[in-house]
Design a protein. Structure first.
Length: 256
């Protein structure tokens, strides 16, 4: 059954093999991407950010522990981000942040600003912008992402790519967000990543987007085993990211 196949695909998750599959394909096309990595993953598997950096790709923060940033205080957001930047900063200067579940509040955005990051990539959209009173730039994520429906509802990858490309035709300074644990599977590298790379789009790294046009090809790495994935997937069902309330969008953030 299709449900059984989707479950089996998750149980076979191997973050090292999936990262290698993606890096190999990026190298074949001479494209440099951005990997949003949690500090916890980097702590547990330091060889992952090392090989990503060696390939010339950008490393950015995906928080430390992949928690919910929709209601955190300034102090809580800062504690997590400092820990993340400390770990990831061993490999590269970190210039950007993406909140787990693509949601964060004003306190989180303020922490990113105060810590000198160049950009935040934590909401849907097709055009980059800079909220009133802030210097940090929002790099939106082009929807749809590689959703759970790709496996559980057996959506056709080729149609998903066509939808992405349609969005990118209207995007200026946006990011295509994908997850290593899904797209890194050999079949998806071939049916999703390859046609994107062959599309003729201008790909840049996310840190280049505040000052340049193009599309950032980005990959999230938030866990490395099935045991770690289960509570995160349960958390996703409770995440306000499903509805994206206005209060969580950077457009609503104005300094006092």
């Amino acid at each position: 059954m299709w449900i059984a196949r989707g479950v089996r695909e998750r149980l076979s998750f191997n973050v090292h093999r999936h990262v290698d599959n993606i890096l190999e394909k990026l190298s074949d096309y001479g494209v440099y991407a951005t990997f949003f990595i949690t500090g916890k993953v980097a702590d547990k598997h330091p060889e992952l950010p090392a090989k990503i950096r060696k390939g010339g790709h950008e490393i950015a923060s995906h928080s430390y522990a992949h928690g919910d940033f929709s209601k955190v205080s300034y102090e809580e957001a800062k504690e997590d981000l400092v820990r993340s930047l400390t770990v990831l900063g061993e490999y590269q200067e970190i210039r950007g942040f993406r909140a787990p579940f693509l949601v964060r509040n004003q306190a989180t955005y303020q922490v990113c600003e105060d810590m000198g990051l160049d950009y935040d990539s934590s909401e849907y959209g097709v055009v980059r912008y800079r909220p009133n009173g802030f210097k940090i730039t929002v790099i939106p994520v082009v929807a749809p992402l590689d959703t759970h429906a790709l496996d559980l509802m057996r959506l056709r990858p080729k149609q998903l790519v066509a939808d992405w490309l349609a969005e990118c035709d209207r995007a200026v300074g946006a990011a295509i967000g994908m997850h290593v644990w899904r797209v890194g599977r050999t079949k998806y590298v071939e049916t999703i990543l390859e046609p994107l790379l062959a599309s003729g789009l201008t790909f840049v790294q996310a840190h280049e987007l505040p000052n340049n046009d193009g599309i950032a090809l980005t990959f999230d790495i938030e866990y490395t085993s099935v045991g770690e994935a289960l509570p995160q997937n349960v958390g996703l069902l409770r995440s306000p990211g499903w509805t994206h309330p206005e209060s969580l969008q950077a457009r609503a953030f104005v300094k006092d």
